[in-house]
Ligand binder design. Sequence first.
Ligand code: FEO
Length: 395
Amino acid sequence: MHQVNLAEDIYYLGFNDRRTHLFENFWPIPYGVSYNSYLIVDEKIALIDTVERTFIDDYLEQIDSLTQGRDVDYLVINHMEPDHSGALKAVVARYPNITLVGNKKTFDLVANYYQVSENQLEVYDDSELPLGKHRLTFAPIPMVHWPETMVTFEITEKILFSGDAFGSFGTLDGGIFNDELNIAHYEEELLRYFSNIVGKYCPHTQRALKKIQTLDLRVLAPTHGPVWRSNLKYILDRYEKWSTYTTDPGAVIVYGSMYGNTAKMADVIARQLAVRGVKNIRVYDASKTHASYIISDIFKYKAFIIGSAAYNNELFPAVESLVTKIEHMGIKNHLLGIFGSYGWNGGGVKNLQKFAETIKWELVYSPVEEKGTLKAEKFGQCIELANAMVDKLLI
Ligand code: FEO
């Protein structure tokens, strides 16, 4: 394989997964995902994170070819999720004298997942680990994405090994560094990765960014997606925007509909938003579009308008699943509109009102609920809901 250097003696050791359909067995990855590990060869040799277990054989072979028979001295564990720790046991078996580097929470997870409890070096904020001419420091960034998560900074070359932070879905198809590829291809997948994997922990991401901003950075090396060695502002600015729930003036409309009545209301509202000048409008059928794409767009746009048919006196199942996810993620700072079909005894709109109370977004207009097909009075209310949204959105 090509030898890929981040700097002299610092190597990229990543693998592309184009086979897995669902990341974490839940999130669709139509463009795949890469698992990025890194190797520093100095007086001491350090691996930074590993890869998903599928790639263990090739991974060990690549390490061997770069270390030329020497033992690896350290395995730095920035993040224990098995997409990165999957080769841990194999690495320990191959290099029995290796020292695992992590924090207390890391080692609790190492014991739980892999029953490995020897040769551990516990590090703290600003601990330093000299390798020779390269030196590593560490900083915990809890909950970006798990409680043990930390970042590792290589002082000499100013490289931050950032774990999931700044990562992206999408394989690295030849280009590995951001200046080797068309970054526009990753724009959507960067956000979908952030919003769905890290997005629940925006306040933690904000704290992590404040720590990272104190570093004199040259390279950002995450565990997924492109390695950033130029225009770091591109990705840092996006993380700042997304983690502060800063949105653009657009609208996401989602509906759950069995026979088209709730769908029709969505189209009326969408059309009126457009008539009033909203250019960014996305309308989704909750039964068809995976929640990850909808959540990604909620991080983009300020307005969220959701409709549900009544289904056995409850929310339509796909809508119920979606609003539960949104509640769990605790997304903040949006405008909300609600609509739906009554069926024979209601249940859709009634439960969306409970969602509104839980999520605490600003409800811009009274919920609009129609019985059966859309008729003149409720058509007018759909228009008014859209107008009320525009009045808040485009001020
Ligand atoms: Fe890429 Fe949280 O693991």
